[in-house]
Design a protein around this ligand. Structure first.
Ligand code: KG4
Ligand code: ZN
Length: 359
């Protein structure tokens, strides 16, 4: 019988529970979004996020158990995101996972959230088939919390080629939407508004686009948008909003694709993955598909439910780690950052052994 991993993800503002096989088959996943709770503040409020996780998590655990009709005897491990993330949010998932691990005597596997995003393209379920994706590939993980390009050679064998030096791309969308009075979360609102606008109406800066490096920057774009918004009087702002959104979005998309292009060419890669919440962006999807087609690249963008923060990707990463004999003791702690031992020579550590083994 296939080994099943029970997985928990609470690193930011989504509470998610899943049951996944070590092949990446998702038996079931239930998630709760907190968008409404954070909306009045125009961004994620860490304390509200932790409080909402603590209210949502056990009802979701029950819901998943009912939905998948699982029994604990068929579960071979409990995977949980323990890094990086908001500490209060991580603690809620971690304590829940440790309690379940202790009560049901199952190994606990602390998972690096970023490894989850990198491995998400391998997930499949009753609606989508197993992908024919193979290593190596270039992955762009782009969300409200991260914007990084990785070279992925195999499980645990990743190099971070480059990251944003300031805001994550999703954060830039959210901040722009807040400045323009579009609400939270901003990305989807900007995307919708942009459908009616002209992409070349405004020439926003594409940070570091011509540099021969994989680093990205969205702060200049944000400052430029802020200046422009401040210079428009309210009636003009309303009529110009669609053009502003379309032009802003185009600048973000161009900056991301330029760095992906550099990564693919310099590393002579043929396969590319885009993941994270911003991969929902309709223009990023359209333009990256055109770019991939032109260059004969195989582009894989997982379904949105596995692109945004989700427990299935944590379960799959946990399953592969457990298969290697890696698991943790019950004194595992949360970390706002990746662990130093996640890296070696600038790479994610290949074949790292977990720091503490259960007796
Ligand atoms: O992965 P995710 O659900 O959570 C983390 O941030 O980790 O990503 C959420 C981010 C937010 O910044 C949101 O504005 C952005 O993804 N986003 C979008 C779109 N949908 C979500 N950005 C641009 N266009 C979209 N359609
Ligand atoms: Zn994430």
């Amino acid at each position: 019988m296939a080994k099943k991993i029970f997985a928990i993800e609470t690193s930011c503002d989504d509470t998610s529970i899943a049951l996944v096989s070590e092949e990446g088959f998702v038996y079931g996943m239930v998630s709760a979004s907190q968008d409404l709770a954070h909306q009045p503040f125009g961004g994620i409020v860490p304390e509200i996020a932790s409080r909402n996780h603590s209210q949502a998590i056990l009802p979701l655990v029950d819901e998943l158990i009912k939905k998948t009709q699982m029994t604990w005897s068929e579960v071979s491990g409990i995977a949980v995101t323990n890094r990086p993330g908001l500490i209060g949010s991580l603690i809620v998932g971690l304590v829940t996972a440790k309690t379940l691990s202790h009560v049901h005597q199952k190994p606990l596997i602390g998972v690096n959230h970023l490894e989850g995003h990198i491995l998400a393209p391998f997930l499949f379920d009753s609606q989508i088939q197993k992908t024919d994706l193979t290593y190596p590939f270039i992955a762009l993980a782009v969300s409200g919390g991260h914007t990084s390009i990785y070279e992925v050679r195999g499980l645990g064998d990743y190099s971070v080629l480059g990251s944003t030096l300031d805001d994550a791309a999703g954060e830039a969308f959210d901040k722009f939407a807040k400045m323009a009075g579009l609400g939270f979360p901003g990305g989807v609102k900007v995307d919708q508004m942009a459908q009616r606008g002209q992409r070349d109406a405004y020439d926003f800066p594409r940070g570091l686009i011509h540099e021969d490096s994989y680093q990205m920057s969205f702060s200049g774009l944000k400052a430029s948008a802020q200046r422009l918004l401040a210079s428009l009087d309210p009636p003009n702002l309303q009529t110009e909003l669609a053009n502003l959104c379309a032009s802003f979005q185009e600048a973000v998309v161009d900056a991301l694709i330029a760095k992906l292009d550099l990564a693919m060419k310099k590393n002579k890669m043929k396969t590319v993955v885009i993941t994270g919440g911003v991969s929902a962006n309709s223009r990023l999807r359209e333009k990256s598909q055109q770019w991939a087609q032109k260059n004969r690249y195989y582009l894989h963008i997982p379904p949105l439910r596995y692109c945004t923060d989700n427990a299935a990707m944590i379960g799959y990463a946990g399953a592969l780690r457990l298969e290697r004999g890696e698991h943790h003791s019950l004194d595992l702690g949360p970390s706002p950052r990746v662990w130093p031992e996640d890296f070696r020579d600038g790479n994610f550590n290949k074949g790292r052994q977990a720091r503490v083994q259960r007796p």
